[in-house]
Design a protein around this ligand. Structure first.
Ligand SMILES: NC(=O)c1ccc[n+]([C@@H]2O[C@H](COP(=O)([O-])OP(=O)(O)OC[C@H]3O[C@@H](n4cnc5c(N)ncnc54)[C@H](O)[C@@H]3O)[C@@H](O)[C@H]2O)c1
Length: 255
């Protein structure tokens, strides 16, 4: 079903693993995608990999820098003609014990994972062509929390809270705001977590990565599986779902 026919969706962190699955799912639903990333070369590659011609384009911006983000969104709207949705997907995880978390490291993690979500949402909201939809990529880490990523856990809890706040405040603008909470998705980010934890647990990182799967599912989640839920939340059919943070972690998180 072409539930996003001709709609233009901006995806931040657009060169990353989950973003590629989101782009694929939006394209399947008939939409068009603007990939915004710090790394323009990688975002260009991600756009080309979709093999969808001018239905996908890449733009450079750091989500923590409002001026650059404004330029990127203006360029996206000029090139693609309109803007209907935003996926706040850019994010980093910094690994280490809580008592070693540095102020600068925490600032960076909160700037990208939280401030970046608010800034991109504010700018996108001004550009939406009609009704708009925003989907934030939070994490089950924002609900359950994991060891060695205290800052990340806090940042994703903040994204869940921001999702509720924006949903309440922006209903009058015709904007629907939801989030998804993935876990165990096969991307570089998950591999980096295994590479960090492996030596500390005395385990081979590759073997550890194989075990980092949702318990009930027994396998890693693929980016496009997250993407298809995101594409649904961007569609009109999701109008009755508002301010929610929906787990897409194979059943690991029961609330
Ligand atoms: N992989 C998982 O299992 C998992 C689980 C839960 C949540 N998430 C969340 O999903 C999102 C995507 O993660 P992923 O696994 O695809 O990671 P990834 O590392 O593959 O992609 C992240 C992308 O964000 C970009 N980025 C980083 N800082 C940026 C900035 N300041 N401005 C613009 N772009 C920036 C990077 O260049 C990269 O392309 C993140 O928000 C992450 O926290 C991932």
């Amino acid at each position: 079903m072409k539930t996003l026919e001709n709609r233009v969706i901006a995806v931040t962190g657009g060169a990353g693993g989950i973003a590629r699955g989101i782009a694929q799912a939006v394209l399947e639903a008939g939409g068009r995608v603007g990939l915004i990333d710090l790394d323009l070369a990688k975002a260009d590659q991600a756009a080309v990999a979709q093999d969808a011609g001018d239905r996908v384009a890449a733009f450079a911006a750091d989500v923590t820098e409002p001026a650059g983000l404004e330029v990127a969104f203006a360029a996206l709207v000029k090139r693609m003609g309109r803007l209907d949705g935003l996926v706040n997907n850019a994010g980093i995880v910094r690994l280490g014990p809580a008592d070693e978390t540095s102020p600068a490291g925490l600032d960076l993690e909160l700037a990208i994972n939280v401030k970046g979500v608010l800034l991109a949402s504010q700018i996108a909201a001004r550009h939406f062509s009609g009704k708009g939809a925003i989907v934030n990529i939070a994490s089950n880490a924002g609900k359950v929390g994991y060891r060695n990523m205290a800052g990340y856990n806090a940042s994703k809890a903040a994204v869940i809270s921001l999702t509720r706040s924006l949903s309440m405040e922006w209903v009058d603008k015709g904007i629907n705001v939801n989030a998804v909470c993935p876990g165990g998705v096969a991307t570089d980010m998950l591999k980096n977590v295994a590479d960090f934890l492996g030596p500390r647990l005395g385990q081979d990182s590759g073997e550890l990565l194989k075990t980092m799967v949702p318990q009930q599912l027994g396998r890693h989640i693929q980016p496009v599986e997250v993407g298809r839920v995101v594409a649904f939340l961007l569609s009109d059919a999701a109008e009755i779902i508002r301010g929610q943070s929906i787990n897409v972690d194979g059943g690991d998180t029961p609330y």
